[in-house]
Design a protein around this ligand. Structure first.
Ligand SMILES: C[S@@+](CC[C@H](N)C(=O)[O-])C[C@H]1O[C@@H](n2cnc3c(N)ncnc32)[C@H](O)[C@@H]1O
Length: 344
C-alpha cells in the first residue's frame, strides 16, 4: 500500500506523518553530527552535556533538541537527565562495531541533496554533477564503502547468508565469488557458515584494499582471494559454484556480454544469485526505491532495475532455470533472482 493511499488509517494521518518525517531525519542527522551518542553513554544533566559538547551552547535549545531525541527513541529522559536509548547505544556510538552514523550521513547526502530543488530541476533538467558525487567513479565508492562495513555487519550479511543457506547447492559448494562485494562481510558471513567453502571478492581496486582490511580483522585471509578491477573488463576467473551479486550491477555496460561471461565463470550446475530492487507499475513501485532514488534520478543518475529485468538477461545468457521472488531487507522489498546453470 502506498503512503498516501493507505486506507487503513485516517487520510489526514499520512499528511502529518509526511510533515514529521524531515524533522525526524534532521534530529537523527544532528545527533550523528554532534556525536551525541558518545556523550550520552551515562545519564547526564543538560549542563554536563553542554560542557561535553565543547562549543557554545544555548541551554534551552539544547533541551529542546535532547527532548526531540528522546521523543523519537534516540535517548531516554528521566528526572531531567538523558542517556542513550538501546538503539543509539548500538548504532550511533562511534566505537560500536555496527556504528551506522556515517552511513546515515553518506546516504542522506546522496538521497536528499536535490530534494529542496525538485521544482527547479523539473524545469531545468539535470544539473552538473560533482566528480565526487558521480556514482560510476571509483573515488565515490571508496568514500561510501567504508560505511558499508557496519551496514553489512549490522545484519545484511546475515540475511545474505540466510539466502545462500536455502540453496541445496550450498551444502556441496566449494567456491563462491561475491562480485561488487564492497567491504566483503557478506561473503565472509557465508564462509563462516560453510567451513568447506572458499571465497573470491571482486571489486574495484580501491574497494578491494578496504575489503582486505576487513578480511584481516575477521582473520579469514586463508579462505579469501581477490580480483580487483572493473567488472566490465576484468576477467572473472572460473570454477565458481556460486556467484553472488547484490546492489552493484548498475554500472554494467553491456548486459548480454556480462551475463555470458558470468555463465562461463560458473561450474556446471552452478548458481548465480542477485539481490537488487525490481520496480513495477511502470517504475512507480516500490515506494522506497522511488523515494530514495529521486534525488539521484533528477541529476541524471537514475540507476534502477525493473522487475525481472535481471532474470530476462540471465535467460538470454543461457541459464537453465531462473526464478525471482520478493525479499524483504530493512530498506524495503527487493527482488531476489536465482539462476542455475545446466548440470554437465
Ligand atoms: C552499493 S555497493 C554494494 C556492496 C555490496 N554488494 C552490498 O550489497 O552491500 C556497490 C558496489 O559495486 C562496486 N562497483 C561499482 N562499479 C563497479 C565496477 N565497474 N566493477 C566492479 N565493482 C563495481 C562498488 O565499488 C561497490 O562496492
Amino acid at each position: 500500500m502506498t503512503f498516501f493511499a493507505d486506507k487503513s488509517q485516517n487520510p489526514m494521518a499520512s499528511i502529518f506523518e509526511a510533515l514529521q518525517a524531515p524533522v525526524r531525519m534532521a534530529v537523527l542527522q544532528t545527533a550523528v553530527e554532534t556525536g551525541m551518542a558518545d556523550i550520552l553513554t551515562q545519564a547526564s544533566a543538560p549542563e554536563d552535556i553542554a560542557a561535553a559538547m565543547d562549543t557554545e551552547i544555548h541551554p534551552e535549545n539544547l533541551v529542546h533538541f535532547l527532548d526531540s531525541m528522546a521523543g523519537i527513541g534516540l535517548a531516554v529522559k528521566q528526572d531531567g537527565r538523558y542517556v542513550n536509548s538501546e538503539f543509539a547505544s548500538t548504532f550511533l556510538r562511534k566505537e560500536s562495531p555496527v556504528y551506522l552514523g556515517s552511513l546515515v550521513l553518506n546516504l542522506s547526502r546522496m538521497q536528499h541533496r536535490n530534494i529542496h530543488r525538485i521544482e527547479e530541476l523539473v524545469r531545468t533538467g539535470p544539473p552538473p554533477v560533482k566528480q565526487e558525487d558521480c556514482l560510476s567513479k571509483e573515488s565515490r565508492w571508496e568514500a561510501s564503502v567504508r560505511h558499508l562495513a557496519s551496514y553489512q555487519r549490522a545484519g545484511i550479511a546475515a540475511l545474505a547468508a540466510d539466502i545462500i543457506d536455502t540453496l541445496p547447492e550450498s551444502r556441496t559448494a566449494s567456491t563462491i565469488m561475491d562480485i561488487g562485494c564492497g567491504p566483503g562481510l557478506m561473503c565472509m558471513e557465508i564462509l563462516q557458515r560453510h567451513p568447506g567453502m572458499k571465497g573470491v571478492l571482486f571489486d574495484l581496486p580501491g574497494i578491494i584494499r578496504l575489503a582486505e582490511k576487513e578480511v584481516q580483522k575477521e582473520g579469514m585471509e586463508k579462505r579469501i582471494s581477490y580480483i580487483q578491477g572493473d567488472y566490465n573488463t576484468t576477467d572473472f576467473g572460473k570454477g565458481y559454484d556460486i556467484i553472488w551479486a547484490s546492489h552493484n550491477l548498475y554500472y554494467v555496460q553491456d548486459f548480454s556480454t556480462f551475463f555470458l561471461r558470468l555463465h562461463a565463470a560458473l561450474n556446471d550446475g552452478g548458481v548465480f544469485v542477485s539481490l537488487h530492487e525490481g520496480t513495477s507499475a511502470e517504475g512507480t513501485i516500490p515506494e522506497h526505491v522511488v523515494l530514495s532514488r529521486l534525488s539521484l534520478a533528477l541529476e541524471g543518475q537514475n540507476y534502477v532495475f525493473r522487475q525481472k529485468e535481471i532474470a530476462n538477461h540471465l535467460r538470454r545468457a543461457g541459464f537453465q532455470s531462473v526464478e525471482t521472488s520478493p525479499f524483504v531487507l530493512p530498506v524495503g522489498e527487493v527482488e531476489l533472482t536465482i539462476a542455475r546453470k545446466e548440470k554437465g
